[in-house]
Design a protein around this ligand. Structure first.
Ligand SMILES: NC(=O)c1ccc[n+]([C@@H]2O[C@H](COP(=O)([O-])OP(=O)(O)OC[C@H]3O[C@@H](n4cnc5c(N)ncnc54)[C@H](O)[C@@H]3O)[C@@H](O)[C@H]2O)c1
Length: 394
C-alpha cells in the first residue's frame, strides 16, 4: 500500500509511519513542525529531545533498510497538498526522489490537537480554526481532483459528542420524527474550540462524500496514553514525542509525570469527568486495520476509537496505587476546574466496530502503567514542574 501520513512528526504520526513501514508499505510523511514550534513558543518542555523528522527517517533506514519519505511543508498551502498527488513534491529526505504515485490511503493527523491551546485567546482560536479546516479542505479537494479512489482516514475525537444524557452511538443515529425515519450524524456538542473544529472537519468530509463519492473513515478517538511501541523499542531515538504540560499533554501521560516528580495529580473539579481511553499501540492497530478494510465509495464510515472508559478520579487513583507500589508518595489534588464541563454526568458510548474488524485491545493494566513510570523515571531530570499547570481558562 502507498500511504501518505499528514502530521507524520507528531505523537501519533511518527509511530504510525514506522508501523506501516515495517509491514512493507511505502510511506511518505509530511509535517511543518507546528507542534515542536508551538512547544518552543509557549515554553512547554517535552520529556526528552527528539531528532528532526529527517534524522528519524535516516535512523529508521539505517536500522531497518526501509524508506520513509519526508516532506516538510505547511498543508494549509493547497499547492503543497496537491503536489503530494501530482508528483511535483519536493522531498526533504528520501532514498531516491522518485514519486511513489497517488496514495491509496491518506492518514490525516495534521491538526492543532489541543483544547487549551485553542482557547488561550482569539489569536490561538483563529489559528486552530484556520489550520484544522484548511488542512482538511485542501486534502478533500486534492482527493476530489486527482484520486477519488484514495481512502481518507481522518482522526476525529470522542470529544465531538460531548457528554449527552443518552447513549452515544458509533457516528450515526436513526431518528423517527412525525412518523418518518432517517439516518443522521449523531448529535455533536463539543466543549472546546479545538473539538468544534473536529466537528467542522467531519461536516466538510461528509459533504465531500455526498458530492463526489469520496471514501472516508472517521476515527472518533479518545485521549491516547503511552510511549513505547514495538518499533520505537528498537532504538530510543525512534521514541515518539512526549508532552506532560497542560497544553499538549494528555491526562494519563501527565499524571504519571506528576507522580514521578511528587507533584499532586491535577484533577479538575469533582473529577467525575468520564472519557474513553486507548493505548497508543491500539491507535496503531485501529488505523492499520481501517486502512486494510477501507470505506467504500460514497461512504463516511465512523468508528468510536476507545477501548475502556474511566473518570478522572479513577485514573488518578490507579496512578496513585501503582506509584505507591513503586515507592512514590503520590498525592491527588482537586483544583478549581479551569474548563467549562460537566463534572458528574452520564456516559455510555458504544465501541464495537473496531473490534469487529480485528482490533485486540491493550487495557490499562498496572503493568502497562509501571512500564510508563519506568520510562518517565529515566528522564526525571528533564521534567519542569512550572509547565505542569497554569490554568488556561475557558
Ligand atoms: N493524542 C490524542 O490523545 C488524540 C485524541 C483524539 C484525537 N487526536 C487527533 O489525532 C491527530 C494527531 O494527534 P497527535 O496527538 O499526534 O497530535 P500532534 O500535534 O503530535 O500531531 C499532529 C502533527 O501535525 C502537524 N501539523 C499540524 N498542522 C500542520 C500543518 N498545517 N501542516 C503540516 N503539519 C501540520 C504537527 O506539527 C504535528 O506534528 C490530531 O488530529 C488530533 O486531533 C489525538
Amino acid at each position: 500500500m502507498n500511504v501518505l501520513i499528514l502530521g507524520g512528526d507528531g505523537y501519533l504520526g511518527w509511530p504510525t509511519a514506522m508501523y506501516f513501514s515495517i509491514r512493507g508499505h511505502q510511506v511518505t510523511v509530511v509535517d511543518n513542525y507546528f507542534r515542536r514550534n508551538a512547544c518552543t513558543e509557549l515554553d512547554v518542555g517535552m520529556l526528552y529531545p527528539i531528532p528532526t523528522l529527517t534524522q528519524r527517517a535516516r535512523i529508521w533506514h539505517e536500522l531497518t533498510g526501509k524508506e520513509i519519505k519526508v516532506v516538510i511543508g505547511d498543508l494549509t498551502d493547497p499547492e503543497i497538498m496537491r503536489s503530494l498527488f501530482t508528483g511535483s513534491v519536493e522531498y526533504a529526505w528520501s532514498l531516491d526522489s522518485s514519486f511513489p504515485g497517488v496514495p491509496e490511503t491518506v492518514i490525516h493527523y495534521a491538526e492543532q490537537p489541543s483544547a487549551p491551546y485553542s482557547l488561550i485567546n482569539y489569536r490561538y482560536a483563529n489559528f486552530t480554526l484556520r489550520n484544522n479546516l484548511l488542512t482538511t479542505n485542501n486534502l478533500m479537494f486534492a482527493v476530489r481532483d486527482f484520486s477519488r479512489q484514495t481512502h481518507i482516514i481522518k482522526l476525529g475525537t470522542m470529544g465531538e459528542y460531548g457528554t449527552p444524557n443518552i447513549d452515544i452511538e458509533e457516528g450515526w443515529i436513526e431518528i423517527e420524527h412525525k412518523g418518518r425515519r432517517d439516518r443522521f450524524l449523531f448529535p455533536r456538542q463539543a466543549s472546546s474550540l479545538y473539538h468544534t473544529t473536529k466537528i467542522m472537519d467531519t461536516d466538510l468530509l461528509w459533504f465531500g462524500v455526498r458530492m463526489w463519492d469520496l471514501r472516508v473513515t472517521d476515527l472518533m478517538q479518545g485521549p491516547v496514553y503511552g510511549i513505547e511501541t514495538e518499533e520505537s523499542a528498537m532504538d530510543e531515538r525512534l521514541r515518539t514525542l512526549f508532552n506532560y504540560d497542560e497544553i499538549f499533554g494528555t491526562i494519563l501521560n501527565r499524571f504519571i509525570v506528576q507522580a514521578v516528580v511528587d507533584y499532586p495529580l491535577t484533577v479538575y473539579g469533582k473529577g467525575g469527568q468520564t472519557r474513553g481511553y486507548l493505548n497508543i499501540n491500539d491507535t496503531l492497530q485501529c488505523v492499520y486495520l481501517s486502512a486494510q478494510n477501507p470505506a467504500g465509495p460514497g461512504e463516511l464510515r465512523i468508528f468510536n476509537q476507545i477501548m475502556e472508559t474511566f473518570s478522572a478520579n479513577e485514573l488518578a487513583e490507579k496512578v496513585q496505587r501503582v506509584g505507591r507500589a513503586l515507592g512514590y508518595n503520590v498525592r491527588i489534588e482537586h483544583l478549581p476546574n479551569p474548563r467549562k464541563e460537566a463534572e458528574e454526568h452520564y456516559y455510555n458510548p458504544t465501541y464495537q466496530r473496531l473490534l469487529e474488524i480485528g482490533v485486540v485491545p491493550h487495557y490499562l493494566t498496572d503493568e502497562v502503567m509501571e512500564g510508563m513510570f519506568r520510562i518517565v523515571e529515566k528522564y526525571k531530570e528533564n521534567i519542569r514542574t512550572d509547565v505542569i499547570f497554569r490554568g488556561i481558562h475557558w
